[in-house]
Design a protein around this ligand. Sequence first.
Ligand SMILES: Cc1cc2nc3c(=O)[nH]c(=O)nc-3n(C[C@H](O)[C@H](O)[C@H](O)COP(=O)(O)OP(=O)(O)OC[C@H]3O[C@@H](n4cnc5c(N)ncnc54)[C@H](O)[C@@H]3O)c2cc1C
Length: 376
Amino acid sequence: MPIDADVIVIGGGTSGAAAALSLARAGRRVIVLDRFKPPHEHGEHHGGQRLFRTAYFEHPGYVPLLRRALDGWRRLEAESGERLLELTGAVYVGAPGGELISGSLRSAAAHGVPHEVLSPHEATEALPGAVLHESCVVMRERTAGYVRCDAAIAALLRVAEATGAKIRSGVPASGWSASSNSVEVATAGGILRAGLLIIAAGPWSGALLSDIGVRLTVTRQVQAYVEASPGGGPACCWAVEGLDGLFVYGFPRDHHAGTIKFGVHVHGPVLDPDRPTPSVTAREIEQARSALRGVFPSLANGRIHGSACRYTNSPDTHFIIDRHPAFPNVVFGAGFSGHGFKFAPVLGELLAKLVMDPGAEHPAPFLALSRFGGGG
Ligand SMILES: Cc1cc2nc3c(=O)[nH]c(=O)nc-3n(C[C@H](O)[C@H](O)[C@H](O)COP(=O)(O)OP(=O)(O)OC[C@H]3O[C@@H](n4cnc5c(N)ncnc54)[C@H](O)[C@@H]3O)c2cc1C
């Protein structure tokens, strides 16, 4: 049977577009299939901005990956001629023993990430208008900021295409099968064949990976935007873990839109990815307003609008990047659990390495499927 490509990538969003670019740079013939036309509003990657942080509270193992991701974003900026990453710095606020502060300090210490612990006066200057509890610790990280997410997806795909990848939008993969040296992907237009397959399907990954022994849960998330006047609000990114555990984060004012984007990092209601996402409700807007009021009371009176997005969560909220347990020529990246975007260039590198080099050891073992011990 003739093959259509060396590698088929299912999903042309965050991780799939980056994988396609890495593979195309390595000279592989790649076909990317996407059920929509990325960037789009049906997956996990839309909404204007995504935080970039290096002193990673979630796990110190991510720090080396983030350093590579930073280089990757800069390379993509050079190749695409677009500014994608803004290092505005970020300020983190939380209880001394809370996950945000203790985890960020742990990662910073383990990997020598430059940071400062701010005095109460410095903290007030860094986050004007914020109400900070007197017992909280405030930490500033300079190698942090945000990625322009929609523009970044478009740039990844454009540069991948210019490097030789074939991007097929509006083509859902309805299923796949594999043998030891080939894969077949079913689409409405027929079967595509290749030697290798990457599954990077975001919220739809669970359906394509039903046999890996780990359950992926898709949740509804609201990203909110509050109108703010010029000079209003913080000039950097921010994350605040309240004493009640509520984790609110946000960005500096977007001068073009006249708004400050913010969100609450909590896993929302579980949803079926095949059902259309209902618009954001008045109740959800008021919940967002109340979370903002706890941090920036004066901003919370402004007009707020929101857009719905999705997290695909792994059981332990860490990424799962690995070869398929039955087919080493099938590799997947899934369960980015609401924090994967900033890593996109390095996700692409990891997926490409795992699929191109079947004998290679896992480059980031803490993200391997085996941590679930055969079930999650
Ligand atoms: C509200 C919100 C805020 C976030 N904030 C941050 C943040 O500040 N920092 C950060 O790093 N991360 C953040 N994230 C998380 C980050 O955006 C995601 O982890 C990341 O985008 C996931 O990438 P993905 O490739 O898995 O999914 P996606 O980017 O959604 O890509 C999956 C693609 O696969 C396609 N697809 C699916 N099924 C098929 C099929 N069968 N056939 C063909 N194509 C298919 C889809 O159309 C889609 O384009 C946030 C997410 C949300 C929702």
